[in-house]
Design a protein around this ligand. Sequence first.
Ligand SMILES: [Zn+2]
Length: 62
Amino acid sequence: MDECPRCGSSLERLSLGEVTTIACGRCGFADVPVDHESEGEDHESWRDAFERFYEQTNERTE
Ligand SMILES: [Zn+2]
């Protein structure tokens, strides 16, 4: 079974529609395996956008 990476307690499995979330009721740790990928994608695009903005600002400054 899944164990909490923080405290080692057993994780609870919560199903919200199509998304399954595992959460620890002991320390409050929560992880969303299904949402993890989209979160990473969002982070990537956010970072990409930031880098673009930074480049533009750099170009304008010079
Ligand atoms: Zn925990």
